[in-house]
Design a protein around this ligand. Structure first.
Ligand SMILES: NC(=O)C1=CN([C@@H]2O[C@H](COP(=O)(O)OP(=O)(O)OC[C@H]3O[C@@H](n4cnc5c(N)ncnc54)[C@H](O)[C@@H]3O)[C@@H](O)[C@H]2O)C=CC1
Length: 371
């Protein structure tokens, strides 16, 4: 039996418009058939449902790209170790998944489609299991981290420094999932905002989102000395070794992974011209200017351009990030890294492409924040 991405994609496209209902059906089925699995998930499942679907969507659309798929499944498998997932859980999930697709794609369902799903799921789960097994020999499933600094930069934003109890290897641009004592089993993603350091500490830039459990716990209720849990570093946005000049476009706390990459470039000894356009809605939310100005003064090839979008009285550069970016000369010969709110990233990437920057030189990552 060979993989048939076309059949998987066609049947999945029926599910996508009813993703919420399909995820509810999937978890209902999974927990009805395997009641003990419920304890592995957080009490509130809404965010979990979104995550399932975004992971599934990504896998389905990557089925035609073996390298991208292998890299993604490898990360997913390693990351799932922190949930205590074992091989038989994959069988339970696979059964519930096929039953869900079958239920929602009933009108078009055939034995051939069922085989295509079983085959695709079998390949995906084997890749995750293998990656988890290989990782078990070299890394813990999660890291205990002590908060060694907590710098509340605004009412809603904190820059938090954490020291993992064991060495945490990562690539600048990657992110980790975080769990706080306040919300057991609830994990949320935050980028690491620094290049690897000798003292093993990492920095997180956290904005407390209204209704965001982990982000609010981290900004408002976390103190120096507290312990948090960190999942393994994941994400594919990484510094590329290139002699080109570099543009970074950061929206809000999307600055975090870009700052890690800038630190890496500076430490590499290369001397590219770097422009960092850092956007906030209000000037008070340009929460990291102090550090950025320090970086700028120690590395003369770095130019930091703060931009404010929603404050008429601001006397610096004003505007929306994609518009401001176009006010400068062409970026067509640059490497470009973009991070921030999803819609801002999408528009920025589109405009860059239209102005002649090839997609292979535009680097972005999609991480799922809190609702
Ligand atoms: N904290 C972290 O480690 C990371 C956060 N992110 C993401 O970065 C985002 C940061 O959010 P906030 O700080 O609340 O940003 P924000 O909503 O305060 O916006 C920051 C900047 O982006 C611009 N912007 C927002 N929406 C836009 C749009 N639709 N079109 C054009 N420009 C737009 C704003 O004008 C402002 O200049 C979140 O979506 C988060 O998931 C991404 C990676 C890491």
């Amino acid at each position: 039996m060979t993989l048939n991405p076309r059949l998987v994609k066609e049947s999945f496209s029926v599910i996508e418009p009813v993703a919420g209902k399909a995820a509810a059906f999937f978890y209902g089925r999974l927990f009805a058939e395997n009641p003990r699995l419920r304890a592995m998930f957080p009490p509130a499942m809404d965010m979990q449902r979104d995550r399932l679907f975004s992971a599934l969507t990504r896998i389905v659309w990557l089925l035609d790209s073996p390298d991208g798929l292998a890299a993604y499944l490898g990360q997913l498998g390693r990351d799932h170790r922190k949930y205590g997932v074992v091989d038989e859980h994959y069988t339970a999930v696979g059964n519930a998944l096929v039953a869900t697709i079958k239920h929602f794609a009933a009108d078009m369902w055939t034995d051939e489609i069922e085989s295509a799903w079983v085959e695709a799921y079998g390949l995906a789960s084997s890749a995750m299991i293998e990656a988890a097994a290989a990782d078990a020999g070299v890394s813990p499933p999660w890291w205990l981290g002590e908060v060694v600094d907590h710098d509340r930069r605004t009412r809603d934003i904190a820059v938090i420094t954490v020291r993992p109890a064991q060495r945490l290897e990562f690539t600048p641009g990657q992110y980790v999932t975080v769990q706080t004592a306040r919300w057991p089993r609830v994990w949320r993603t935050f980028s690491i905002a620094n290049a690897p350091r000798d003292d093993n500490t990492i920095r997180l830039h956290v904005r407390a989102i209204p209704g965001g459990w982990v982000s609010s716990a981290l900004v408002q209720h976390t103190r120096i000395g507290d312990q948090i849990l960190l999942g393994p570093p994941v994400g594919t946005m990484a510094p590329v070794e290139s002699d080109r000049d570099i543009l970074f476009v950061a929206g809000g706390t999307g600055l975090a992974p870009l700052k890690a990459i800038i630190e890496h470039v500076i430490a590499s000894g290369r001397r590219p011209n770097i422009h960092l356009i850092f956007g906030a809605r209000r000037s008070a939310e340009l929460y990291d200017m102090h550090d950025l100005i320090r970086m700028e003064s120690s590395f003369p090839w770095l130019r930091v351009l703060p931009v404010v979008s929603d404050e008429q009285a601001y006397d610096g550069m004003r505007g929306r990030l994609p518009d401001v970016m176009e006010r400068f000369h062409s970026w067509a010969e640059h490497e470009v890294y973009v991070c921030g709110p999803g819609s801002m990233v999408n528009e920025t990437v589109q405009r860059l492409q239209m102005s002649g920057v090839p997609l292979c030189r535009i680097h972005r990552d999609t991480i799922q924040g809190e609702p």
